[in-house]
Each structure stands twice: as structure tokens, then as C-alpha cells.
Design a protein around this ligand. Structure first.
Ligand code: NAD
Ligand code: WQD
Length: 339
């Protein structure tokens, strides 16, 4: 019996594959490499000390998926594959709906055909929109302000409908807060294409000298220092949340919706200070106007994950920065050959 990891060559998927292998699981990575590199898989293999079956394919392609289900005895899927750039989703909504929603529907159709009905889905805290209060609990109202977030909301609803139609499905919706950090080896990590959209890779690339200045999007929010507050979670803690979800999935008798966050909020300025301490480098910054669509504060109430999955985040913000820095400073150009 094996687990299919869609998007397993990507940032969160590659870290999760390591923990799954360490738990003795058989894994197949399925990825179209649209936002990842084969080098990431080679490095994961080096970390775990064995080769991992990899299929280059697209979740929108039934033939690509079916050939994997024909070849391997797959009993669960961890479904990371998806596009995630919020800004791009606004300018190219159909690309996001096609890739994320059509892709997930196709995946579920093929799963059903092969009687594989267990899926852990990568949802996001973005489905809470602009919450009225924090910390955020799973039963808070949901909304979306961009096509990326809407694709996550739609997929959550589609998966709930699948369950209503056939309660033998086992479905876990994991709503991640802000994943950061890297594997402690410093050999794998987040490798965004082009200019980073997210704070941590932007800080890391500024510290390593690839970018000149961090733009801080607004210092007039109603927060401790005026900058945005988020729940940053170490990617290895997040990966462990998936291991726990897979371990427990057979017991679930309803669709499970679970926050994966730490429960702590840090401001942009606090993140900059922690990163400077962890790296010993200066991170020059400029305050610029707010970014459209941003909210002031977002952090999880992670108590349901503790209750249901017996999981909680363990790594602190300093460790997140330290591990991001190890990855960034050892690999200034990410997985690309040094130029
Ligand atoms: P990532 O881009 O590093 O990984 C996604 C992987 O999916 C990539 O390797 C990409 O090549 C692959 N992929 C995309 N479309 C595909 C397709 N049609 N067929 C096959 N493979 C495809 O992103 P990540 O940060 O590792 O995120 C993983 C998942 O978690 C995504 O679904 C993302 O939306 C979700 N998520 C991410 C964050 C975050 O901030 N990183 C937060 C919440 C949720
Ligand atoms: C964090 C904070 C910014 C960059 C996004 C998605 C969300 C989820 C996680 C997938 C905010 C500030 C950022 C910069 C800055 N992804 N910032 N300068 O916006 O919380 O969430 O990633 O599901 O859907 O929206 O994360 O890292 O972009 O921003 O000042 O160059 O850093 O304003 O306060 P965000 P982020």
C-alpha cells in the first residue's frame, strides 16, 4: 500500500515526503514540475537515503493519473498540487480554476475509479477572508477575495459533496496558515520563481544580497507596531500535521476541517528582527503603502488539531528564520545551478 503525493516536488510536499518516508510509508511523487524542480526530488532522496518513485504528470490528465493507479497499489492521496500565487490568480482566474479545481475533480474521478477514497487536501487560511476576530477557529465564516482563495473554497465544497454522495470517502481539509522555514539540512527549501510574493523568501533573498530592500506593505494597521500580523508555521511542523492526518484518516466518520497553525501572531517587523538575529545579516527595508487585499491580523486557534490529530507546532520563529537562512545562504539561487 502506498501514498500518492501530488505536488510532492514542491515546497511543502517535498518536506512532507521526507517525514512520510521516515515513518516507513511507500510514496509516489506526482508532479508536473510547473513550479518545482527535479533537483528537489534528488535532494529528498539523498536525505532519506533511497530512491522515490516519481511520475511527471498533470492532475488534469486522466491518462497520466490512471497509469499511476494501474502501476501502484495506492490507498491514500495527499493532494498538494496546485497553483498558489494570489496576484497571478487575479489576472489569470481561468488558469487557477482550471489547474486547481478541474485538476482536483479529475484526481477524485480517477481515485474513485480505482477505489482509493482517502484524501488529505491542502487548503488555506485564506478561506477565512478578513476574520472579525482572532484567533481563528474552524467554524468561522469563510469567504474569498481572489480566485486563488475561491479555488480553495470551491474545492472544499466539492470534497464535502463527494462525501455526501458516498460516505466511504475519508477526507481531511487542512487549512495552513503561513508556512516558512526549511528542512534543517539546508538542502531543500522554498524556491519561488522570479520575485517572491511572500514575506519570508523576500526577507531571505534580501539578507543574502539578491534583493536590495524589503518593501513592508503598510505600517498603519491596528497591530502592535502597525505592520501585518501572521501565524508563521515551520514547514517541518506542517509536514508532521500531514503525517498525523494520514495516520488517523481511517478513523474519521465525517469530513475533517483542521487548522494547521501555531496560534501565535508575529508582525512583519518582528519577523525582520528575528531574521536579522538568526542570520547575522541586515535586512534593509522601506515602508510602502498597503498591498491590496491584505488584512491586519491572522492567526489560528490550533486547539482542534491538538484534539483530533494529537498534533501541535513545536518550532519557534527563531528556528524558522535560522532554517530559512541555512537554505537560502547555502543555495542563493535555489535549486538552479549557481550562476
Ligand atoms: P508549490 O508550488 O511549491 O507546490 C505545488 C506543487 O504542485 C509544485 O511542485 C507544482 O509543480 C505542482 N503542480 C501544480 N499544478 C500541478 C498540476 N496541474 N499537476 C501536477 N502538479 C502540479 O506550493 P506549496 O507552497 O508547496 O503549496 C502546496 C499546496 O499548499 C498548494 O495547494 C497551495 O495552494 C497550498 N498552500 C500553500 C501555502 C503557502 O503559503 N505555501 C499556504 C496555504 C496553502
Ligand atoms: C505576510 C505579511 C504582508 C511580502 C499569502 C496568501 C495566503 C497563503 C499564504 C496560500 C503580510 C507582508 C509580504 C512583502 C510585506 N498562501 N509582506 N512585504 O499574504 O499572509 O498570505 O501566503 O494559501 O493565501 O495570501 O502572506 O507572506 O505574502 O505576507 O510587507 O514583500 O508580510 O503585507 O502582512 P499572506 P505573505
Amino acid at each position: 500500500m502506498a501514498i500518492l503525493v501530488t505536488g510532492g516536488a514542491g515546497y511543502i510536499g517535498s518536506h512532507t515526503v521526507i517525514l512520510l518516508k521516515e515513518m516507513g510509508q511507500d510514496i509516489i511523487i506526482f508532479d508536473n514540475l510547473s513550479n518545482a524542480s527535479k533537483e528537489a526530488i534528488l535532494r529528498v532522496e539523498r536525505i532519506v537515503g533511497e530512491s522515490i518513485p516519481f511520475v511527471q504528470g498533470d492532475i488534469r490528465n486522466k491518462d497520466d493519473l490512471s497509469s499511476v493507479f494501474e502501476q501502484y497499489d495506492i490507498d491514500a492521496v495527499i493532494h498538494f498540487a496546485g497553483l498558489k500565487a494570489v496576484g497571478e490568480s487575479v489576472s489569470k482566474p481561468l488558469k487557477y480554476y482550471d489547474n486547481n479545481i478541474v485538476g482536483t475533480i479529475t484526481l477524485c474521478e480517477v481515485m474513485a475509479k480505482y477505489q482509493c477514497k482517502s484524501i488529505v487536501f491542502s487548503s488555506s487560511a485564506t478561506v477565512y477572508g478578513d476574520p472579525e476576530t482572532t484567533p481563528i477557529k474552524e467554524d468561522f465564516p469563510t469567504s474569498a477575495t481572489n480566485p486563488y482563495g475561491r479555488s480553495k473554497l470551491f474545492i472544499e465544497e466539492i470534497l464535502r459533496d463527494i462525501y455526501v454522495s458516498d460516505t466511504s470517502w475519508k477526507i481531511v481539509l487542512l487549512r495552513y496558515f503561513n508556512p516558512v522555514g526549511a528542512h534543517p539540512s539546508g538542502t531543500i527549501g522554498e524556491d519561488p520563481l522570479g520575485l517572491p510574493n511572500n514575506l519570508m523568501p523576500y526577507i531571505a533573498q534580501t539578507a543574502v544580497g539578491k534583493l536590495k530592500t524589503l518593501n513592508i506593505f503598510g505600517d498603519d494597521y491596528d497591530t502592535m507596531d502597525g505592520t501585518g500580523v501572521r501565524d508563521y508555521i515551520h514547514v517541518m511542523d506542517l509536514a508532521m500535521g500531514h503525517v498525523k492526518a494520514i495516520e488517523k484518516i481511517a478513523q474519521f466518520t465525517e469530513v475533517m476541517t483542521i487548522n494547521l497553525g501555531t496560534g501565535n501572531g508575529y508582525s512583519v517587523l518582528e519577523m525582520v528582527k528575528n531574521f536579522e538575529k538568526a542570520s547575522g545579516k541586515k535586512v534593509p527595508y522601506t515602508i510602502v503603502p498597503r498591498r491590496a487585499g491584505d488584512i491586519a491580523t491572522c492567526y489560528a486557534d490550533p486547539s482542534y488539531a491538538k484534539e483530533i490529530l494529537d498534533w501541535e507546532a513545536k518550532k519557534d520563529v527563531y528556528t524558522m528564520c535560522k532554517d530559512s537562512w541555512r537554505w537560502q545562504s547555502n543555495n542563493p539561487n535555489g535549486y538552479k545551478e549557481d550562476v
